[in-house]
Design a protein around this ligand. Structure first.
Ligand code: GLA
Length: 384
């Protein structure tokens, strides 16, 4: 939907012109899954699709939430900070609460959201709603908060208001993305580096399983708890705050202390994935795309076998994809339990990749996949 249409819809709904238009992207993570909350290194990039937000001031202390994506709309006041609605506006409300907690009056706006990120596909549509709200409030309140802090506030909104105990990766990528770059982010320190995606002849292709991510939030929180348990057990043996402080060698030395096989495998994934990301970032910088691709494949296997967050849909797309001509690597991206894969595919092989993988997936799983050649864009911003 173009900007003129969005403005027209805003006028139809609210009977006035918007004062401002903002955008925040979704993200695709190239490698480094389920390590952000374990203090590890991740390697996401911002997409060119995301969430748009149009805003106008209103006279009372209410805020109106409308989206072009769902029928549900609401006009709320500050009681909803404690009532916490279960509907989509809890994402912007959580961010408004973060501003309120810093002493800002975040009420009194008419808001219209529109997202073109596939919903619940593991491409961070929720982080893009949070960040677009944060960037808008930062602007209209002249708060002058830096983008990294806006990402932290959005993560807190997700953790405390929405109740999903996610790490910082998605919000950071949405806030700090840069066109044609991936972000090597150390989640323990929030130190980061933009790495150019120089992938001559290759593209990042996202494939959506179109499997709804049911129960994903509770399983996500369960995995996070298992990692914390593993860190507690290992912390009795060696000084340690998060699992990703360990190299795979040191981990294997102490792994036997974790008697529960499931918890041990969860920890092994986190530690090995962190090591893979380090190597993958170096491989990309060195122009070794082949190695990058192998590490993506290894990452998928670890997420399937040790972390158990894949499923038939993601496994079929990733594993069948890995077999195809021109594919350097393929893995699930995001939280898992449905959602998308990310693959590195030679440009001239993309049409056959889409056709052959689409057919195999349909035949083996019975669902139709969607494919997008990712265009890597900038982080959250004011457009007009
Ligand atoms: C979700 C969370 C992120 C991260 C990924 C898995 O997207 O929001 O913080 O943990 O899952 O890597």
């Amino acid at each position: 939907m173009d900007r003129n249409t969005l403005t027209k819809r805003f006028k139809e709904i609210y009977g006035k012109e918007p004062d401002g238009v903002y955008f925040a992207p979704g993200r695709v993570n190239l490698i480094g899954e389920h390590v952000d909350y374990n203090g590890g290194l991740v390697f996401p990039c911002a997409l060119s699709f995301g969430t748009y937000l149009l805003v106008a001031r209103r006279e009372d202390k209410m805020t109106a939430f409308t989206t072009l994506n769902f029928d549900h709309a609401a006009t709320l006041d500050e009681r909803s900070f404690t009532e916490k609605p279960a509907t989509w506006e809890r994402y912007p409300l959580g961010v408004m609460k973060e501003f309120a907690d810093k002493g800002y009056d975040s009420w009194g706006y008419d808001l219209l959201f529109y997202g073109d990120v596939p919903h619940r596909a593991g491409l961070s549509s929720s982080a893009s709603i949070e960040l677009v709200t944060a960037v808008m409030l930062n602007d209209v309140l002249a708060a002058g908060i830096d983008p990294v802090e806006l990402a932290r506030m959005s993560q807190r909104a997700e953790n405390l208001f929405v109740g999903m105990h996610s790490g910082i990766m998605d919000q950071f990528a949405s806030a700090m993305g840069k066109a044609n770059h991936a972000i090597a982010l150390d989640c323990a320190t929030l130190g980061f580096e933009w790495v150019p995606l120089d992938m001559e002849g290759y593209s990042v292709v996202v494939a959506n399983t179109n499997k709804r991510r049911e129960l994903a939030d509770s399983k996500y929180n369960e995995r996070r708890g298992e990692c914390e348990e593993a860190a507690r057990i290992l912390g009795r043996e060696i000084a340690l705050e998060t699992l990703c402080e360990l190299t795979p060698e040191v981990f294997e030395k102490y792994a036997g202390k974790i008697t529960d096989d499931t918890i041990r495998r969860r920890a092994r994934h986190a530690v090995s994935e962190n090591a893979r990301v380090k190597e993958a970032v170096a491989a990309l910088k060195g122009g070794n795309l082949q190695r990058f691709g192998q590490l993506m494949n290894d990452s998928h296997r670890s997420l399937k076998e040790d972390y158990e967050v894949t499923g038939i849909e993601l496994d079929t797309l990733a594993e069948e994809g890995q077999k195809l001509e021109g594919v350097l690597g393929s893995r699930m991206t995001g939280a898992g339990f449905g959602g998308c894969t990310v693959s590195l595919v030679a440009n001239d092989a993309i049409p056959s990749f889409v056709a052959t993988l689409g057919e195999r997936y349909k035949a083996l799983v019975g669902l139709t996949a969607d494919f997008y050649v990712a265009s890597i864009g900038d982080g959250a911003m004011k457009l007009d």
